[in-house]
Write a protein that binds this ligand. Structure first.
Ligand SMILES: [Zn+2]
Length: 486
């Protein structure tokens, strides 16, 4: 390899969200024009760092283009997507000829006029570089796998873990398989098995963990180069929304398909055990408050910013207040108006504050509380895997009954206890901690939680997968259809 081109463009589009994804959302999450490997600690920049490092070790030239990622929200503004895409393509034309192109993307990005931004970008890159350049792609497992992606990419590897703790390891694999292909040592071929399911797999435990272990095991066998499970993204209404198994082998399409089909059958047989479940709000609060030891961590499944929800819903907060529960901590609420009031008033100020419930109906009603501003941290951030996520300005406020809340002005899900502890909050002393996250909180909170409970609260991302109001996704799927394969 003499010359490698790298870039990142992505977001996870919740097509049901009323929040537009424009340039500001990218700027607040991750936006670099050629220097992300030097300056960014974001998750989706991690693959670029790996690829640069590996290529430079081979004395190859590395041309680094755009690295843009937006906190998930609604459909991306058309001009914003096209401008970012064209920036990458212009850089690629200037860099050509290159031996390989490596792209870090999400796999569920929708822009106005583009249901499959990744497929579009990959095919535009292919048009520039021609058939002989290797295109290697790494995607988040919450992706929609389309023909444009599988036909355009030579090498395709997805995260295996949810929470996504393995972005760097998967990037190493993209590099190694691409390099071997470039040297003519292997010829990657890809097969896809459509599971016809809309579900989620929490990979740290249970049968979902066994599925990941099996995938890794298969990768050692007879020319199987890579095995991925595309979980799909339940709140992305696109024609290819369902979960799929992907198997890449060395020049053996029959083996790739048979392996994908066998693993698919196994995943299908385990679906009742791996499908996510959740408690009602009161069930979860009861269990949390009755536990002999805290902190019991409750995950608010209805309001995860990482899935395009507003992160300002109040359904659980409302019940905490109505029930007069004591010693609860909850966050992170996206509430720029409240953050501004608190910053104006300063630490120690006590006043009436209207919290949350501002973005839309799915946010519920705002909750009015008498609060004290306990601490303010400007440009705060929190760890996630080996990366960091920006929170903007963060404020710790306290209300009656030792109810602590963390609010911020940059929308972000709750990844890690440090989001709270850096403010001075004693998280270990709380009975119940309610976090706005579906699963990414797990790697950070599991080590400190006395127990973890998932709550099927109402909100923008209901977990009722059988009744999502799809329009563009028209295939039969489980759990809406008992036997979608017939
Ligand atoms: Zn994901």
């Amino acid at each position: 390899m003499k010359k490698l081109f790298i870039a990142c463009l992505g977001t996870e589009t919740n097509t049901f969200s009323n929040m537009p994804t424009g340039e500001q959302t990218f700027a607040e999450t991750m936006l670099y024009h050629g220097d992300a490997t030097e300056k960014s600690d974001e998750l989706f920049a991690a693959p670029l760092k790996v690829w640069r490092h590996r290529a430079e070790a081979l004395q190859a030239d590395v041309v680094e283009s755009l690295a843009a990622f937006a906190q998930p929200a609604g459909v991306t503004v058309r001009k914003v997507y096209e401008d970012f895409r064209d920036e990458i393509l212009t850089d690629l034309k200037a860099a050509a000829p290159v031996d390989a192109v490596m792209l870090s993307m999400h796999g569920a990005m929708v822009a106005d006029g583009y249901d499959d931004c990744e497929g579009d970008l990959i095919s535009c890159c292919r048009d520039i570089v021609g058939p002989d350049t290797i295109i290697g792609v790494e995607l988040d497992l919450h992706c929609s796998i389309t023909n444009a992606i599988t036909e355009g990419a030579d090498v395709l590897v997805l995260f295996k873990e949810y929470p996504h703790i393995d972005a760097a390891e998967r990037a190493e694999e993209v590099f190694e398989i691409s390099l071997a292909a470039l040297r003519g040592e292997i010829k990657p071929v890809l097969a896809v098995h459509d599971l016809k399911m809309i579900s989620m797999w929490r990979t740290p435990v249970g049968e979902a963990a066994n599925i990941v272990a099996r995938m890794t095991e298969l990768e050692g066998e007879d020319g199987v180069l890579s095995v991925s499970l595309a979980h799909g993204f339940p709140w992305g209404d696109v024609p290819d929304a369902s979960a799929k198994v992907l198997v890449m082998t060395d020049g053996n399409p029959g083996l790739a398909q048979a392996t994908a089909d066998q693993l698919g059958a196994k995943i299908w047989s385990l679906k009742d055990q791996t499908h996510p479940t959740g408690l009602t709000i009161d069930e979860a609060l009861d269990q949390g408050m009755q536990a002999t030891k805290g902190p019991v961590v409750l995950a608010d499944l209805g309001d995860n910013a990482g899935v395009g929800a507003p992160s300002d819903s109040t359904f659980i907060l409302q019940r905490i207040v109505e029930r007069g529960l004591e010693n609860v901590l909850t966050g992170i609420y996206w509430d720029p108006v409240s953050v501004r009031f608190c910053m104006e008033a300063g630490v120690g100020a006590e006043f009436d504050l209207r919290i949350g419930g501002k973005v839309g109906v799915a946010s519920g009603n705002p909750v009015d509380l008498r609060i004290t501003v306990k601490n303010i941290l400007r440009d705060a951030r929190q760890p996630f895997a080996k990366s960091f996520a920006p929170l903007g300005n963060a404020v710790w406020i306290q209300a009656q009954n030792d109810l602590d809340l963390l609010i911020c002005d940059n929308r972000c899900q709750t990844f890690h206890p440090e989001a709270f502890t850096q403010m001075g909050i004693d998280i270990m002393a709380k009975q119940v901690v309610v976090v706005k996250s579906t699963q990414h909180f797990y790697s950070g909170f599991a080590p400190i939680a006395a127990d973890i409970l998932y709550v099927s609260a109402p909100g923008a991302i209901p977990m009722d997968f059988a009744n999502i109001e799809f329009d563009k996704f028209s295939d039969a799927y489980w759990p809406r259809d008992e036997d979608p394969h017939s």
